[in-house]
Structure formats: C-alpha cells, structure tokens
Design a protein around this ligand. Structure first.
Ligand SMILES: Cc1cc2nc3c(=O)[nH]c(=O)nc-3n(C[C@H](O)[C@H](O)[C@H](O)COP(=O)(O)O)c2cc1C
Length: 362
C-alpha cells in the first residue's frame, strides 16, 4: 500500500479540488469538497507565515476530514535592468491611471516566506498531504516529510518532469495538461521548457513512464472528463475551474459570469500579468502588453505579478474585464454555478452514468 493509496482509500470520489491561490478558495469550499468525499486543497501561494497559520487553523476548524495544502517553489531571482523596470512601470501606470490609482515609481517590496517554512506550519497543525508547483522540493525535504507521515505530491507538465519528481521521492504526480487554468506548474528542468501537452496525451504517457500514481489535471469539468482521465490511467483528477463558479468560491461575480458566458476560444496562455505563463481569459491588457513587449522583456515572476496586481484587483472591482486577470481553464464554459455539494453530487452521478459498471479502483 503506497502513501498515496492511503489517501485515495479514504475518498469516496477520486476528485481533488485544485488549490487556487489568489483568494478564491474558501475554507467552506474545502470543507464541502471533503464532506462530499473528495479532497479539498488549501493554497498557500502568496501567503506569509502568519497568513498561512491563520488559513490552516481556519480550515482545520471547518472540516473534520483531511485536506491538502499547496506551496509555490520559487525560482532563483532573475536580473532586471533599470531600463526594463522603468519601461514596465510606465506601461503599467497607464492602466493604473485609467483606474484612478497613483503611479508606481518602483516595484513594491516583496519578502517571500520559504515553502519549507509554510509546510512546517501546516504540518504542525496536522496537515498530512502536501502538494507543490513551479519547481521541486529537495529530496531531503521530501524524506523529512515522509518521516512525519506526510504524503508529498509534485506537479509536472512533461514526462521528464514527472520522472524527476518520482526520483526525488514524490508519492504521486499531478500531470498538468495544456488546458489547465491558472499558472503552468512546470518548466523547472534546466534547458527544458515546460510542457504544452494536452491532458488526453499527457496522462497516458505519464502513466506509462512512472510507477507512482498520476493525478490528471487540466480541462476536466464533468463526469465525462473524470471517467476519461481514469480510463487513460490516472488514479485521480484535480479540478480547478469547475470549482471557481461554485457558490463557495470567493472569485468575484464578474469572474464567475465571465467563465460562464465567454465563448470556448476565450482563454490564452500569457506571461503579461505575472511574468510566468498562466491561462486566463484573453483581454485588452494581454493583447496590448504582448504587442509592446516580448516575453523576455517582461519582468520575471513574481515582480511582474507584484506590479500588476493592484490594477488587476481594481479592474475586477470596477467591472473592467478588459484589464482584470481572470484565470480560467479551457473548459470554463462547462462551469456550473452550483454549491460544492451539488456539484460533487452531479459529478458522482455523471461518473455512474458514463460507466454503469465503473468502479473507482484504488
Ligand atoms: C484560479 C486558479 C488558481 C490556481 N492556483 C494554483 C495554485 O495555487 N497552485 C497549484 O498547484 N495550481 C494552481 N492552479 C492550477 C490548478 O492546480 C490546476 O492545474 C488547474 O486548475 C486544472 O485545470 P482546470 O482549471 O481546467 O481544472 C490554479 C488554477 C486556477 C484556475
């Protein structure tokens, strides 16, 4: 019995609610997913130690079931020239002015807490499932977590990334297809770009190459998608966009409406918002920024994120879709504005309907 199958055995449905950093996942969402027999995930991306402690305690209080926490693994900082910075500030200030915000004269100071510190806080409060994205935890950290009985899950967008995570000792790999909403989780192997491989082709290749469980993520919106992913050999699915439109989601009403109403070809992958490729709804800011700057002229993540985040939040509040950042997967139109319990009920029913004899094999 592997550590990850212990997690699966406790689930009624092999469904993981994706961690979604940026303030959209509520403790009510995590609790409702877990109560319905899936696995809720608390994102710790962008949080410091204090906010992590508060979020973990709040989630522990909201649910009696297990949940996972997710951390970002930062890349080494990249050099940004004074000229590059001033050009980007000038660009971003145009949007700030349109939204009534003061000009930025420098990038806001950013002190990131290490993922190991955030993980230790979560483990201290009883969390026993950790996932990570954007990079890898070290073998030492993974071993240390295993000694504390913690299940460790990494994110891969190519088979090579999956193999690296397996070699480092991960208990399972989240295989992120091209359709996925939010940031791309790969691209951390030197001299290899992250994958832009669709879920349909990534999953079987990952399953064939690895001997640890594969969790499929990207574009899975309903029972058909879940059964397809399991048929391709995935042990579970991780769904993000499907939960974004739920009642318990803290995404703005405008974000939810945009997911439900935008046509199927509305998303793109862009680095214009954060300096790191992310899938979201294409809008004027993306088009104008990509026209003016090529990818290597954008500021490296997380600086580009830091200098665009105020105007994006203000645009969201001001109903200005054209300048807001609405992360969304390619399946966004299949989102359903239900409660999490209703959505989980529908998913369960659809899984049964898709395969009358389907049994979730653990
Ligand atoms: C709004 C949003 C925020 C996300 N934030 C995170 C995150 O903090 N950590 C992470 O590992 N993945 C994050 N993701 C990616 C998801 O884990 C997952 O790969 C993706 O949602 C799957 O595609 P789908 O949205 O089509 O279901 C995010 C996705 C979305 C839509």
């Amino acid at each position: 019995m592997t550590r990850f199958s212990n997690v699966l055995n406790r689930l009624k449905h092999p469904i993981i609610q994706a961690p979604m950093a940026g303030g959209v996942v509520s403790s009510a969402m995590i609790a409702a997913v877990t109560k319905a027999g899936g696995l809720g995930s608390l994102p710790l991306g962008y949080l410091d130690a204090k906010a992590t402690e508060d979020a973990v305690k709040k989630t522990v209080a909201a649910t009696s079931g297990p949940f996972s926490v997710n951390v970002f693994i930062p890349s080494p900082p990249k050099f940004i020239s004074a000229e590059q910075m001033s050009q980007m500030l000038e660009h971003v200030n145009q949007y700030r002015q349109k939204l009534g915000l003061n000009d930025l004269t420098e990038a806001p100071f950013l002190q990131e807490t290490s993922p190991e510190t955030l993980i230790d806080i979560a483990v201290h409060h009883g969390v026993r499932i950790i996932s990570f994205t954007f990079g890898t935890l070290s073998e030492e950290t993974i071993n240390r977590l295993h000694q504390a009985d913690v299940v460790v899950i990494g994110t891969a967008t190519t088979v090579n990334e999956g193999k690296l995570l397996q070699t480092l000792g991960c208990d399972a790999v989240i295989a992120q297809g091209f359709e996925a909403g939010g940031h791309r989780g790969g691209g951390y192997i030197e001299n290899e770009s992250g994958g832009e491989i669709g879920t349909m082709t990534l999953i079987p290749q990952m399953v064939d190459a690895l001997n640890i469980p594969v969790i499929a993520t990207g574009g899975i919106m309903d029972g058909r998608g879940i059964v397809a992913a399991l048929t391709l050999g995935a042990s579970a699915v991780q769904m993000g966009t499907a939960f974004l439109a739920c009642k318990e989601s803290l995404a703005s009403e405008l974000h939810k409406k945009t997911l439900l109403e935008s046509p199927d070809n509305s998303t793109c992958i862009t680095s214009a918002f954060t300096g790191k490729p992310v899938r979201g709804i294409k809008n004027a800011y993306i088009i104008e920024t990509e026209k003016r700057f090529c990818d290597n002229e954008l500021l490296a993540y997380p600086i580009q994120h830091q200098i665009t985040k105020d105007f994006r939040a203000k645009a969201n509040q001001s109903q200005m879709t054209q300048w807001a950042s609405f992360w969304a997967g390619q399946g966004h139109r299949m989102s359903r504005p239900l409660t999490v319990a209703e959505l989980m009920g529908k998913l369960s029913q659809e899984i049964q309907e898709e395969t009358p004899n389907h049994r979730f094999t653990k």
